[in-house]
Design a protein around this ligand. Structure first.
Ligand SMILES: [Zn+2]
Length: 257
């Protein structure tokens, strides 16, 4: 069950409790082992693809959302956000909604379903509904989850996943670097658009994922995750680092954890 936890805010991008990737523990017949974070293991991918009928790449922002959410403005905003993340992260994964009956979630995989795509980001339809039911900035909530997942695509593309997981029993380093990238995106948006609700971005993303608290060894402790996100935010917002600089900085950071 998804349980909402209280999050205390004290100023923009203040430290958050319960920081974690949006991997949420589900109940029955789960297709995913949480030990892999929100990256799908190869043997898990097909079970998810089977419930994700259509995949699309977002390159111009004019591509229609499939399936549509029922809200034309939301669909357009999300398509444009996916393009912004793609441009900043220099990756173009396929994007698909899947049936997250076994636990509200979103995932990344290096497996591509479309020619030329850099892997695939799978977004749960239940997760979408849950985020969109939020009273404030639902589009920002969805963007936050997408930025984290696209961060894993950056790792696949730059062959960081193996490096980060070498000698490790969990994917904690990779999850923390994905948090860094999510923060990096929030900082870049805030730099371009000062009204961008970066604090909300962070809070909404990390309002999810109770399993992160139960299994901090998989994903990092709340403090570690807040620190990774803040570091990524500062890397773009304050320091104006390029993507390659951000990759180097975050890789060194994650490897030292
Ligand atoms: Zn993740």
């Amino acid at each position: 069950m998804l349980r909402r936890r209280q999050t205390l805010l004290s100023g923009a991008l203040s430290l958050m409790s319960g920081v974690g990737c949006p991997c949420v523990a589900g109940a029955k017949a789960r297709r995913h082992n949480d030990i892999f974070g929100c990256m799908l293991a190869d043997h898990e991918v097909q079970a998810f693809f089977n419930t994700a009928p259509e995949t699309r790449m977002f390159i111009t922002g004019d591509e229609p959302m499939i399936p549509r959410s029922g809200d034309k403005d939301f669909d357009l905003a999300l398509a444009q956000t996916l393009v912004l993340i793609s441009d900043l992260f220099q990756v173009t994964p396929g994007f698909a909604y899947y049936d997250d009956y076994d636990g509200l979630n979103a995932f990344a995989t290096s497996r591509a379903r479309l020619n030329g795509a850099n892997g695939t980001v799978l977004f749960g339809q239940g997760m979408l509904a849950r985020l969109r039911s939020g009273r404030e900035d639902p589009d920002v909530s969805v963007a936050a989850v997408c930025a984290h997942e696209f961060g894993h695509i950056v790792q696949y593309r730059n062959r960081l996943t193996e490096r980060l997981s070498a000698g490790q029993s969990t994917t904690k380093r990779a999850e923390l670097q994905a948090d860094f990238f999510a923060g990096y995106f929030a900082g870049a948006r805030k730099r371009q658009k000062p009204s961008f609700p970066a604090a909300m971005f962070a809070v909404r993303l990390y309002d999810f994922g109770d399993n992160n608290i139960n299994e901090p060894s998989y994903h990092g402790t709340p403090d570690e995750r807040a620190a990774a996100l803040m570091y990524g935010f500062q890397s773009s917002y304050r320091d104006g680092n390029s993507l390659s600089q951000a990759i180097d900085i975050s890789t060194r950071y994650a490897m030292a954890l």
